[in-house]
Design a protein around this ligand. Structure first.
Ligand code: PGA
Length: 236
């Protein structure tokens, strides 16, 4: 199956003009681009090849929820994918219960969910077995009555934005673990992406890993040159 490469722009770039410029350049690639909410519409209008993604979605469809954005609003802008439960949001107080509601709501609205999971260094330093246990707890708490197809992004927290990526063989071991756990638990077939300091230097070694179906790319997706090299190594 073709590898899936997702650009998570996070809180970047600063202006709509820059966002559109970057989107036009990255549109030549077969990828998903997730810009900040205010730029979704403008970016969506210029994309021809790449698919539009969002970085979050609320769990209610409408009502008195100041500042929230619903999955159906995103759909109406042409969004196809949504990242849910990113560790940067969890660090800001998003609980597993909230993540679970967001996953279900996004799925109901017809968005392809990219659920982020991953352990902190305090867990990983005890070894990969401890990390698997942590990820298993997250998956159990975050996925209630979910159907395939679902995408899980394994992003060890300590590897995000740190320049210190996971070892490709351990990321692959985790990807296989996630797949077998979800098939056994609820016959859920998932694609697994690796995320955390993916760069042109290390991307190929992750794509080659058994069980790894693509990458969620933060920092390197803001540089056209780096992102292009990453995508080229995925041969998408
Ligand atoms: P990074 O971010 O590539 O900058 O480490 C990945 C992510 O947070 O999705």
């Amino acid at each position: 199956m073709k590898k899936l490469v997702v650009a998570n722009w996070k809180l970047n770039p600063k202006t709509e003009k820059e966002a559109v410029r970057l989107a036009l350049a990255e549109d030549k690639l077969n990828v998903v681009i997730a810009p900040p909410f205010p730029f979704l519409s403008a970016v969506g209008k210029v994309l021809k090849r790449a698919k539009l993604g969002a970085q979050d979605a609320f769990y209610e469809a409408e009502g008195a929820f100041t500042g929230a954005v619903s999955p159906s609003m995103l759909r109406s802008l042409g969004v196809r994918y949504v990242i849910v439960g990113h560790s940067e949001r969890r660090a800001d107080g998003e609980s597993d219960a909230t993540v679970a509601k967001k996953v279900s709501a996004a799925e109901r609205a017809g968005l392809a969910v990219i659920l982020c999971v991953g352990e902190p260094w305090s867990v990983r330093k005890k070894g990969i077995t401890a990390a698997k246990q942590f990820v298993k707890m997250q998956l159990s708490a975050d996925l209630k009555k979910v159907r395939s197809p679902l995408i899980v992004a394994y992003e060890p927290i300590w590897a995000i934005g740190s320049g210190k990526a996971d070892k490709p063989e351990e990321a692959a071991e985790m990807a296989q673990f996630i797949k077998s756990f979800l098939v056994k638990r609820s016959k859920l077939k998932v694609r697994v992406l690796y995320g955390g300091s993916v760069s042109p230097k290390n991307a190929e070694s992750f794509f080659k890993g058994k069980g790894i179906d693509g990458a969620l790319v933060g920092g390197s997706s803001l540089s056209l040159k780096q992102f292009r090299e990453i995508v080229a190594s995925a041969k998408v």
